[in-house]
Write a protein of this length. Structure first.
Length: 222
């Protein structure tokens, strides 16, 4: 998913096109999938009008691996939905990933793919480690018990039919969410949770960039 505008990042172009250690963030994110033997095709969803530019960047860095480049929508949910609808009718399983998480490891991909052998929906999550509060008007309004609270990441894995159904249902009911697991949960279908990874950070604001570069550098040395 690379059709966002990166407003919180605050650069003149969307964050996924900015260079991280010399390669656009999009290339790092897509590259993880391109290098994995279980991934048979890759669809990249970009903003309407960015298809050619994204195609050039990807074919320069990852020739032969990217199948389709599809125009996304106004929200992430719409972008995912458009991407899903562009998949081949025979698609059985799909992993949905945000270009904003370029540091995802092969280990995480393997955990998700293995889980998909046994379930129809799987998401990576990490237990909350900070104390959690509800804040209102600059003061603590409530304390949230963090025992069962987790932070959810991408990639998320699904049987394609189930995720399509979840998106159709959400669209028809006007239900929106920032991830896909929530849409399957709303169908009252089970969503398995596997352990995420602390290094799979989401790049949201400019301060996240040097952290991602340090993570990628460390991964390169492994
Ligand atoms: N995304 C998308 N289509 C949208 C909005 C977001 O494909 N209409 C993608 C982004 O490109 C990103 C992922 O969804 O990879 C998660 O979104 P987020 O981190 O919020 O990125 P942006 O929406 O680009 O950033 P912002 O919300 O700050 O504008
Ligand atoms: Mg956004």
């Amino acid at each position: 998913m690379a059709a966002g505008a990166g407003e919180r990042f605050g650069e003149d172009r969307p964050k996924q096109y900015l260079p991280l250690l010399g390669r656009p963030m999009l290339v790092w994110s897509v590259g993880r999938f391109a290098a994995h033997p279980a991934v048979t095709s890759i669809t990249v969803v970009v903003a309407l009008g960015e298809e050619d530019r994204a195609g050039q960047i990807l074919s320069e860095h990852i020739p032969d691996k990217v199948g389709r480049i599809v125009a996304g929508g106004d929200t992430r949910q719409q972008s995912v939905s458009l991407g899903l609808r562009s998949l081949d009718a025979g698609s059985k399983r799909v992993l949905v990933h945000d270009a904003a998480r370029p540091c995802m490891s092969d280990d995480l991909l393997n955990r998700l793919i293995d889980a998909l052998d046994e379930c129809d929906a799987v998401i990576p999550a990490l237990p909350a480690v900070d104390t959690l509060i509800h804040e209102q008007d600059g003061v603590v309004d409530a304390i949230i018990d963090r025992v069962h609270v987790c932070r959810v990441q991408t990639p998320q894995g699904f049987t394609t039919g189930l995720l399509l159904k979840a998106h159709e249902r959400a669209a028809s009911r006007g239900f929106t969410s920032s991830d896909d697991g929530s849409l399957v949960y709303a169908l009252e279908e089970p969503v398995r949770v596997v352990h995420g990874e602390r290094t799979n950070i989401k790049i949201t604001v400019a301060e996240d960039f040097p952290i991602a570069e340090a993570i990628l550098e460390a991964q390169r040395k492994k």
